[in-house]
Design a protein around this ligand. Structure first.
Ligand code: GDP
Ligand code: MN
Length: 402
């Protein structure tokens, strides 16, 4: 090729690259909500937005140096290193292999290379050989691959397809994500009331739910399951957020029907006031007919399946299941777990793992600690306007306060 033509081609290529970079940056710019430095700093100092007439927001506890929790802890070198009866638990699709491998890498680095807890993977379809090979290659701990029985996954026989179609349209009009994606509804139902019934978990007590594409940022040097067991905890969470009230319009009224029939299940030291707060986001409470919509974000949870298997919770789930809201509305497992826990459990058995650095897009739990790297201490989200979704202040107000 003559030299001039080569130079011209090179110049054209450089111009193309420059224009592409410009376009991509422009797209990113408009897709990402822009937040000023000042707004970011303000949202880091406090955990909640200001509300007219309400008390000032509390200082962000993630900004003070966060250490390991108080109480009995088992570390690596301790003589009593007995493992709890526990599993890491992931419901995942074959198509999410890359995402789960990435998260396994984080879990291995921060925790499981030290404690070696087994993994149990669940799927409504058989796992591929590639899935099994590549996930098992991520850990020296044993992995089990379990198929969910059809009767645990499919919509139960009393669900009316015509009503699903009509009510799905209402959810679409309310801008509810996954409104018409039936697999999403089935997933929420399985996570609400089926996972702990799977035969593979019959003899297992503790689980840590782990989702593909979530990130873990901090080294965890004590056994989290033993922490739960030895300190009489039942449920651990990292993030407390509001739900879309339009997805659960009848969840609270249905819950109240159940409670009216079974007042004996309500724990005297419950977290009812956290569940029913109407001061911070009155509109949420109004649309959800009495429920604040504040919930533990259940894509992370460390829990005791004996609680979910208890008469109180399991009968509650059965009642909800017959009411149909997993399909006629889009009840999530997060609010269902949270309401069950908030009503039937002694609230002192709920633990905030504030020392576990975590991201499930778009929300973080990120403590200030030398053990963490990769996230911004105190930051709840990169998109400033989403800070209002954080309701941990509500939880402190009614639960951790005493
Ligand atoms: P989101 O976080 O609410 O947007 O929901 P996700 O798409 O993350 O789903 C929650 C969890 O359920 C993730 O661990 C998914 O891998 C899993 N999941 C969702 N739908 C299905 C499904 O149809 N089959 C299987 N096997 N897993 C699913
Ligand atoms: Mn998810």
């Amino acid at each position: 090729m003559p030299r001039n033509r080569r130079v011209n081609r090179l110049l054209a290529l450089v111009a193309l690259v420059v224009v592409s970079v410009f376009i991509v940056r422009k797209i990113n710019h408009s897709a990402t909500p822009q937040v000023s430095q000042q707004q970011q700093e303000e949202s880091l100092r406090t955990t909640a937005p200001k509300h007219p007439g309400s008390s000032p927001p509390s200082p962000n506890p993630l900004l003070q140096e966060v250490g390991e929790p108080d109480g009995i802890l088992t570390h690596m070198g301790d003589t009593d290193r007995r493992r709890a009866n526990a599993t890491l638990l992931s419901l995942v699709r074959n198509s999410e292999l890359r995402g789960i491998v990435r998260t396994m890498q984080d879990i291995e680095r921060t925790f499981n290379s030290k404690f070696n807890y087994p993994w149990t993977f669940f799927n409504d379809e058989p796992f591929t050989e590639e899935f099994k090979r590549r996930t098992q290659a991520m850990t020296k701990a044993p992995c089990r691959y379990e198929l969910i029985p059809k009767e645990h996954w499919e919509a139960p026989p009393w669900i009316n397809k015509d009503i699903v179609a009509v009510s799905g349209q209402i959810l679409v009009e309310d801008d509810i994500m996954y409104a018409k994606q039936q697999s999403y509804h089935k997933m929420c139902r399985w996570n609400s009331g089926m996972f702990y019934k799977h035969p593979a978990l019959k003899d297992v007590r503790w689980y840590w739910r782990i989702e593909p594409n979530t990130r873990y940022y901090c080294s965890i040097d004590y056994d989290v399951f033993r922490y739960m067991e030895d300190n009489d905890k039942t449920y651990g969470y990292v993030i407390n957020i509001y739900d879309a009230p339009q997805s659960i319009r009848t969840l609270w009224p249905t819950t109240m029907e159940f409670v009216a029939q079974h007042p004996e299940y309500v724990n005297p030291n419950n977290a009812l006031r956290w569940l029913t707060d109407s001061e911070i986001r009155p509109n949420h409470n109004a649309i959800a007919n009495g429920y604040s919509t504040c919930h533990f974000w259940s894509n992370f949870e460390i829990g005791d399946m004996d609680f979910f298997r208890s008469d109180a919770y399991d009968k509650y789930f059965e009642y909800l299941d017959h009411a149909g809201g997993f399909f006629y509305e889009r009840w999530g497992d997060a609010p269902v777990h949270s309401i069950g826990l908030g009503l039937f459990l002694d609230k002192s058995k709920i633990h905030w793992f504030k020392d576990i650095g975590y991201l499930h897009m778009p929300y973080y739990n990120c403590p200030a600690s030398k053990k963490c790297s990769g996230c911004h201490a105190g930051r709840f989200t990169d998109a400033g306007y989403l800070n209002r979704e954080n309701c941990i202040d509500n939880f402190f107000k009614y639960v951790h306060a005493d």
